[in-house]
Write a new protein. Sequence first.
Length: 85
Amino acid sequence: MATIQHEAPEFARCVRVRFDAGTNKMMATLRKDGSPPLSAIELQITDEDATLGMMRGSLNLRAVRRDPPVAIHAATIEPPPTGSG
């Protein structure tokens, strides 16, 4: 995290704003058979770390421990319709 903030501070700020916009995120892991399940998770980003919220013993946690690379997707936040207030 610190490297991205140092090398691309504007990009890091945009990512942080997007991920801070909502509590729930989507995480893709890999099952033993290679299929990619999607699960809702919580994510907290600090200046030093990204912490994923998972239940102890959950399928998500077991999948991440077995195969650590994951993909995280921030909530899609649609802009308000034109003219709404």
